[in-house]
Design a protein around this ligand. Structure first.
Ligand code: PEP
Ligand code: MN
Length: 373
């Protein structure tokens, strides 16, 4: 059960204190407070965890400060959509950029940081095209222990410094261990927080529950959670719920294809048809990763790369974010060079995404008209 309190309920007021006292008296039920501090309004939700079936909703509704209650019987308690009019807070802002099921951002950048020159050339190009988000891999989980594992914390000073120089506000960066959070935080601080980082959890770690819990316990950095490549969608959505149940609801869910030979000739079986499903089941913004789905620069007879095609398929289905590999010098890339788009394709890629996004918005407007007519 979720108690939605009246907007701007002061946490030090007597009514709020009385509410907390009453909740403390409920046997077998714990509560967790989630406060969303906005520019104009602060919203407070209290999650009741435990044997809530025994509670009388009419009694709870009368508790001080409670505006309404949301009963939850479905899974994905925090991130799920539970009622037709479930309009609880569903977007978040980070470093000046808003993420929600109605926003759209492209995160183009390096799969793996390999040199200062690559980072600078990439970021300069992004700024030249009005982009404020990027992807930069420092910690790379690799299939072979002998493969390049990423430069780790040694590249962070120049990655963050250059991000600041070129106006990049949010960098998606995979982490594979909790210590990486501190390394990122420390290096951001040294650069005067020149940029922001969205912590990426890779497909190999989707069910690394201890890592999820630790990342969930911090609320400083938002999270980009990749779908597990060989588990059900339900299992991956529960992984997102691990983050949220620990307190971090700034979660973007990313589709990146499923590992199956049925996906051949693509590296992974493209699953972007699930974008609307996830938006229906949860309130998370949904990202698509065309690079790790397709895994090559295959081009179809119409002249469009498969990466362009599947990106468009994700966006026309309502995707809110695109995570895509670019490289200024693909022949020098240490990871995934063959699937990277080139800088001379950046303008075309951005134009193409904008075109498809515009079409999606028109389709959604048309559908809304059908409902109201
Ligand atoms: C990546 O985005 O660099 C990556 C390794 O992706 P995934 O975890 O989806 O394989
Ligand atoms: Mn990669």
């Amino acid at each position: 059960m979720i108690l939605v309190l009246a907007p701007n309920t002061p946490p030090d007021g007597s009514a709020y204190r009385e509410l907390i006292q009453r909740l403390d008296q409920l046997t077998g039920i714990k509560h967790r407070v989630h406060r969303e501090i906005g520019d104009e309004v602060t919203l407070t939700e209290i999650y009741l965890i435990g044997n809530t079936a025994a509670l009388n909703p009419e009694v709870v509704q009368q508790f001080p400060c409670v505006e309404r209650i949301v009963r939850i019987s479905e899974p994905y308690r925090v991130l799920g959509r539970h009622q037709q009019n479930d309009n609880r807070v569903s977007s978040f802002e980070y470093n000046g950029i808003r993420f929600g099921q109605d926003t759209f951002h492209v995160f183009a950048g390096l799969c793996a940081v390999d040199s200062r020159e690559s980072v600078e050339t990439m970021m300069r190009a992004l700024r030249g095209h009005g982009q404020m988000c990027s992807r930069m891999g420092a910690y790379k989980p690799r299939t072979s222990p002998y493969a390049f594992q990423g430069y780790g914390k040694t590249c962070l000073p120049y990655v963050f410094e250059l991000a600041g120089k070129y106006g990049i506000k949010v960098i998606a960066m995979e982490i594979t261990h909790e210590s990486h959070i501190d390394e990122i935080r420390d290096n951001l601080r040294t650069t005067g927080n020149a940029t922001g980082v969205m912590l990426q959890i890779g497909t190999r770690n989707t069910q690394n529950f201890e890592l999820l819990k630790i990342i969930g316990r911090q609320q400083e950095f938002p999270v980009l959670l990749k779908r597990g490549f060989g588990i059900t969608l339900d299992e991956s959505l529960n992984a997102a719920e691990y983050l949220a149940s620990e307190g971090n609801r700034k979660v973007v869910f990313c589709l990146r294809g499923m590992k199956t030979n049925m996906g051949d000739p693509h590296r992974n079986f493209v699953d972007f048809a699930h974008v609307p499903t996830i938006k229906r089941l949860t309130r998370m913004p949904v990202c698509v990763d065309p690079s790790h789905s397709v895994g090559s620069r295959a081009v179809s007879p119409d002249g469009l790369l498969d990466v362009f095609h599947v990106t468009a398929q994700g966006i026309i289905a309502g995707a809110n974010m695109v995570l895509v590999d670019f490289h200024p010098f693909p022949e020098k890339a240490l990871v995934d060079g063959p699937q990277a788009l080139r800088l001379n394709e950046l303008q075309h890629f951005l134009d193409d995404t904008a075109l498809v996004r515009e079409t999606y918005l028109k389709r959604a407007t048309r559908a809304a008209q059908e409902i109201t007519s």
